[in-house]
Design a protein. Structure first.
Length: 192
């Protein structure tokens, strides 16, 4: 297992790095990691915004991805962005969170103290998909139902349930399922 900290989210990244880190930067981070470690049969897991990242990376990985798991995460179509895929509540969270700098979205109060301001450009950049991501043999989506009053993923869950190429799991947790129900998330990830 490899956990990546994406460009612009590392503790030592300067303002210029944060300001210029976009979705392409993050997909490239994943691809460089696959190359560096000679990984050819990968499962990519992305939570929330990182669903955009794993989709873009899987599309560019040249068949090296055998499974994607979108853990309460965006599953974009070509030309979509996190901004265009989310709801008004989160557009407001992004805009309000970026008001101080104009280029980074501060994390919501509370929660994990390791969270860093997130590059706004990564939320705004559209994904370019060739269709290769649709050939990943195993594609899964985990829907967290414990925050239905705010989740942007309800329509996505409906769309993916209707697509026989996708396996959809439901967890009765809030958005941070890996903290709220780590055993349930692990069971999904370890399901061979």
């Amino acid at each position: 297992m490899h956990a990546l900290t994406l460009t612009g989210l590392r503790p030592d990244d300067d303002d210029a790095t944060v300001a210029t880190a976009g979705l392409d930067t993050h997909a490239d981070d994943v691809l460089r990691h696959l190359d560096r470690h000679h990984i050819t049969d990968a499962t990519l897991v992305g939570h929330s915004y990182a669903g955009m990242v794993i989709s873009a990376a899987a599309d560019r990985a040249g068949g090296r991805i055998s499974r994607t798991v979108h853990l309460d995460a965006y599953v974009p179509r070509d030309g979509e962005s996190c901004w265009s895929s989310t709801n008004d509540h989160f557009r407001d969270v992004f805009a309000t969170g970026a008001a101080a700098t104009g280029f980074s979205v501060r994390p919501p109060a509370g929660g994990d103290p390791r969270r860093r301001p997130h590059p706004l450009a990564s939320f705004l950049q559209t994904v370019r998909l060739t269709g290769a991501v649709d050939r990943v043999p195993r594609r899964e989506f985990v829907y967290c139902s414990g925050w239905e009053d705010r989740t942007p993923f309800g329509p996505l869950r409906t769309r993916l349930r209707a697509d026989p190429a996708w396996r959809v799991h439901d967890l009765p947790t809030g958005h941070d399922a890996m903290h709220e129900a780590p055993e349930a998330v692990a069971a999904i990830l370890l399901d061979e």
